[in-house]
Design a protein around this ligand. Structure first.
Ligand code: 13P
Ligand code: SF4
Length: 312
């Protein structure tokens, strides 16, 4: 059964807004009121005037929406839609890590729990990580967590030597340079675009590195007929929609599989989206203190991004 009709009816009745990430399935991206990357979704969630936000993404994204818009009910289709990066930094382990560097400022990637955000000076996304780091004085000592690949990339781009927490995205970290180079050799005229959660060896051979929305912009504006893509497969929905005449070749995770699906992002389905809108759960519930403390570093990020006019 198709759920579009019911979802449309319910969202009107309940004054609900559906936000979705670019890694969601095509049907979810099509029914959403807004589709974006982590930064765009956070900005939208902050401004939404609705009674319910249905957040079709992963848990840390829905949590960020709740922190930025606490008076609105935030529900997500599957509460188990986590993230390997957020899982890599449990509260106590993270606290023990940063305690080793008491004179360091803490920059945390948005792909982390609210508890980690409460212990951070500023948050960043892949859209603004380089600019956020550059907003600190050159001699400031910094910790970057939890993604070591993004951290290494930002170190390279900014000439810094930040202390990196040892976390990875299980989707991007398995895309090897060997497979990437093999595809590049097979498609010599196709530029390679990559998400900065990929390993340094993959990023070193990429023609463009950026967040999902920045990758989409590059693909939209490129004159290339074919583009090799090193990120999660969901993004090809918008790529094909925006540039139907172009071919997008996704770097495979291994020889037997042509897809790199994020198991967490893909836990959300149209049926679960319909059910969470209908039942208004699972809901993101957070205590006021956590909201208040986690909000500061996120708002700092949003202020810096607004000032620098970083794209959504
Ligand atoms: P973006 O902010 O680039 O959309 O990245 C989110 C994410 O989870 C990438 O794996
Ligand atoms: Fe987390 Fe990676 Fe999935 Fe993004 S793609 S939500 S970083 S596991």
């Amino acid at each position: 059964m198709g759920y579009e009709k019911e979802i449309n009816k319910l969202r009107k009745e309940k004054n609900a807004v559906i936000l979705a990430h670019y890694y969601q399935t095509s049907d979810i991206q099509e029914i959403a009121d807004y589709v974006g990357d982590s930064l765009g979704l956070a900005r939208t969630a902050e401004q939404v005037e609705a009674d319910i936000i249905v957040f079709s993404g992963v848990h840390f994204m829905a949590e960020t929406a709740k922190i930025l818009n606490p008076s609105t009910k935030v529900v997500l289709p599957d509460e188990n839609a986590g993230c390997s990066l957020a899982d890599a930094a449990p509260k106590d382990k993270f606290k023990a890590f940063i305690d080793q560097y008491p004179d360091h400022k803490v920059i945390s990637y948005v792909n982390a729990s609210a508890d980690v955000k409460t212990m951070s000076d500023v948050v960043c996304t892949s859209s603004n990580a380089v600019d956020i780091v550059n907003s600190f004085d050159k001699d400031e000592k910094l910790i970057f967590a939890p993604d070591k690949n993004l951290g290494a990339y930002v170190n390279k781009m900014t000439g810094r030597d930040m202390v990196l927490y040892n976390g990875t995205c299980e989707v991007h970290d398995i895309l090897t340079a060997e497979r990437t180079l093999h595809l590049k050799a097979k498609n010599p005229n196709a530029p390679l675009v990559a998400h900065p959660e990929c390993q340094p060896q993959v990023l070193a051979v990429a023609d463009f590195v950026g967040s999902t929305s920045q990758i989409l912009k590059y693909c939209r504006e490129s004159n290339a007929k074919k583009i090799v893509v090193a990120t999660e497969t969901g993004i090809t929905h918008q790529m094909k929609k925006e540039s139907p005449e172009k071919e997008f070749v996704v770097v495979p995770a291994d020889e037997t599989c042509a897809c790199n699906d994020c198991q967490y992002m893909k836990m959300n389905t149209m049926e679960k989206l319909y059910l969470c809108l209908k039942n208004e759960k699972p809901e993101i519930i957070m205590d006021e203190k956590t909201i208040e403390q986690a909000k500061k570093p996120i708002e700092k990020m949003l202020d810096i991004s607004k000032r620098l006019n970083i794209i959504k």
